[in-house]
Design a protein around this ligand. Structure first.
Ligand code: NAP
Ligand code: GDD
Length: 325
C-alpha cells in the first residue's frame, strides 16, 4: 500500500470545503482543515456542512490573517497538498468592506505561499481563483488566455491571488496552480448567494412562510455548475505532472430570471406572482455575463461537468422544500 497523502484545506467549513473533504476521504487522504476560532465556538451554526465528517477529519484552529498561525500548522502537518479555499467570497459584501476582503483574500494567499516556500517547498498548492477575475468580459467565452477586468474588490483580490500563485510557481518552483472556477452551487450553498436565496425563498413561499422574493439585477447571466463536479477538478489539477491553471465551468449560460422561473415552476408556482425588485440589491459595478470555455480542462484533465442546469435547480429547490418543512 502507498503512503497515505495528507491534504490541508482552508475554508473547510464552506460549500466547496465540505465536498472536497468528502472526495479526499474517499480517496483515502488524511484530511486537515483550518477553521477560525469563532467557528469552533459556534459549532451548530458554523460547522453544519462538515458535521457528518468531524470524526474523520482533523480540525486546526488558525487565522488567515496571521502568518505565524499558518506557519505553525504547515510545520505540524507537512501536507502533501494544500487547497486554499478560505476567503471572503461574497462579491456584494466586498463593496461594503473592501478592506477586509482585500486583507483576507490577498494576505491569506500570500501567507500560505510564503510558508510553503520557507517551510514545506514540496507541498502542492491549489488556489481558488474565480470567473469574477474576468468581470467585464473581454471575450464571449472566457478561457485561460482571456484578459482580466475585475469589477469589485473581490475580483481584484482574486487577480492578486492568481498573480501571487503564478509568481511563486515561476520564481520558487513551487507546484502552485489556480483553478479559475465559474459559479458552482448546491444544496450546501450559502443563503446570501442568488441561487440559494431563490431556492430557499421558493421553499418558504411554498410552505406559506414567506410572501415575496426581493431580487436585484435578474438579467445578469452566469455559467452555473454543481460544486461536487468542481471539487473533482481541483484535485485533478494537483495530480498532473506540471502545475497549470485551468478554467472550470459548463460553457452554458442562464440568467437569474431563468433560474427563478425554473425554481418556482419546480414547486408548482408562477415566478411572476412572487418576484419583487429591490434597487438596494444592485451592485455599484456589475458583472453582466460569464461563460466558460473549459476546453483545456477537458483535454488535459479529462474533466467535464456532469450536472445540467435543470438538474441543479431542481435538486436545490427540492432539498430546500424538505429543509424548510
Ligand atoms: P464559502 O461557502 O463562502 O466558504 C468560504 C470559506 O472561507 C468558509 O470556510 C469561511 O469560513 C472561510 N473564510 C471566510 N472568511 C475568512 C477569514 N477571514 N478567515 C478565514 N477563513 C475565512 O465559499 P465556497 O463557495 O466554498 O468557495 C470556496 C472558494 O472558492 C472561495 O475562495 C471562493 O471565493 C472561491 N470561488 C467560489 C466559487 C463558487 O461559485 N462557489 C467560484 C469561484 C471561486 P467560516 O465558515 O468561518 O466563515
Ligand atoms: N446575491 C444576490 N442576491 N445576487 C443577486 C440578487 C440578490 O438578491 N439579485 C440579482 N443578483 C445577481 C447579482 O447581481 C449577480 O449578477 C448574480 O445575481 C450572481 O450573484 P451571486 O449569486 O451573489 O454570485 P456572484 O456571481 O456574484 O459570485 C459567486 O460566483 C463567483 C464566480 O463567478 C461567488 O461564489 C464568488 O465567490 C465566485 O467567485
Amino acid at each position: 500500500m502507498g503512503k497515505i497523502k495528507k491534504a490541508l484545506i482552508t475554508g473547510i467549513t464552506g460549500q466547496d470545503g465540505s465536498y472536497l473533504s468528502e472526495l479526499l476521504l474517499k480517496k483515502n487522504y488524511k484530511v486537515y482543515g483550518i477553521v477560525r476560532r469563532v467557528a469552533l465556538e459556534d459549532e451548530t451554526h458554523r460547522l453544519w456542512r462538515i458535521k457528518h465528517l468531524l470524526n474523520k477529519i482533523e480540525i486546526k484552529s488558525a487565522s488567515l490573517e496571521s502568518y505565524a498561525s499558518i506557519v505553525k500548522i504547515i510545520q505540524q502537518v507537512r501536507p502533501d497538498e494544500i487547497y486554499h479555499l478560505g476567503a471572503q467570497s461574497f462579491v456584494a459584501y466586498s463593496f461594503e468592506d473592501e478592506f477586509s476582503t482585500l486583507n483576507t483574500n490577498i494576505n491569506g494567499t500570500h501567507y500560505i505561499l510564503s510558508a510553503i516556500k520557507d517551510f514545506s517547498p514540496k507541498t502542492k498548492f491549489y488556489f481558488a481563483g474565480s470567473s469574477e477575475m474576468f468581470g467585464k468580459v473581454q471575450k464571449s467565452r472566457q478561457d485561460e488566455n482571456t484578459r482580466f477586468y475585475p469589477r469589485s474588490a473581490y475580483g481584484i483580490s482574486k487577480v492578486a491571488g492568481f498573480e501571487l500563485t503564478r509568481n511563486y510557481r515561476e520564481a520558487y518552483n513551487i507546484f502552485a496552480c489556480t483553478g479559475i472556477l465559474f459559479n458552482h452551487e448546491s444544496p450546501r450553498r450559502g443563503f446570501e448567494f442568488v441561487t440559494r436565496k431563490i431556492s430557499s425563498s421558493v421553499a418558504k413561499i411554498k410552505h406559506g412562510k414567506q410572501n415575496y422574493l426581493y431580487l436585484g439585477n435578474i438579467n445578469a447571466k452566469r455559467d452555473w455548475g454543481h460544486a461536487r463536479d468542481y471539487v473533482k477538478a481541483m484535485w485533478l489539477m494537483l495530480q498532473q505532472k506540471k502545475p497549470l491553471d485551468f478554467v472550470i465551468g459548463t460553457g452554458k449560460m442562464h440568467s437569474v430570471k431563468d433560474f427563478a422561473k425554473l425554481a418556482f415552476s419546480t414547486a408548482g408556482l408562477n415566478y411572476k406572482k412572487y418576484i419583487r425588485f429591490n434597487k438596494k440589491l444592485l451592485r455599484p459595478a456589475e458583472v453582466e455575463t460569464l461563460r466558460a470555455n473549459y476546453n483545456k480542462a477537458n483535454k488535459l484533465l479529462k474533466w467535464k461537468p456532469t450536472v445540467k442546469f435543470n438538474q441543479l435547480v431542481k435538486e436545490m429547490v427540492l432539498e430546500d422544500i424538505k429543509f424548510f418543512k
